[in-house]
Design a protein around this ligand. Sequence first.
Ligand SMILES: Cc1ncc(C[n+]2csc(CCOP(=O)(O)OP(=O)(O)O)c2C)c(N)n1
Ligand SMILES: [Mg+2]
Length: 197
Amino acid sequence: MSAPLTRAIATRLLAERLGNEVVVANLGQASFDLHAVADRPLNCYTFGAMGQCSSIALGIALARPDVRVIALDGDGSLLMNLGSLCTIATTAPPNYALVVWDNEVHQTTGGQPTATAAGSDLAAIARGAGIEKAMTVRGEDELQRAYDRILSEPGPLVVNVKVAKGKSESGLDRDVIGGPRRFIRALAARGRQSGAS
Ligand SMILES: Cc1ncc(C[n+]2csc(CCOP(=O)(O)OP(=O)(O)O)c2C)c(N)n1
Ligand SMILES: [Mg+2]
């Protein structure tokens, strides 16, 4: 079996394909890696609010149906807010995709195992919540096919990505005012169009 994907590589593979999509990143590792490989004004980094990444991205997707929104969540964080999957299924925004970096640990706080280490299957839980397009991917080829779908198909999609354990090699200034302000301005400047692109 080939070595598991790293979160940094999976993030870079997405970043290489981004256009005008909004990307909302989970607190900690997901934001550190996204900032390191592809800092851009349409990235929304989150701080402190464990569990809220999928919901913040959902709110943006519902408010701006003309913009494709991709959330980069963590397994531990999504497990803290599983009801979010039901709200995603109920509201079903076609411009929404949830990617989960499933490293089976709370990496940011020291690597405590999450329920996915014991077999909980976030893609199956998402399907149970009513999201039909929910899958688990391993390896670069499967991941690229999932990105094809995220960037072209109507959502909502949930893509649970099995990634290796390990800390990001980068950090991120905790600029809780300037970061969101830059994002809000960039999103406002992205004029409204007739459909998600
Ligand atoms: C409500 C709440 N509880 C706990 C924390 C501390 N905390 C920050 S990140 C984190 C772990 C996140 O785990 P996961 O979503 O799997 O992301 P990873 O660190 O593995 O990338 C924890 C417990 C917090 N910020 N907020
Ligand atoms: Mg994790």
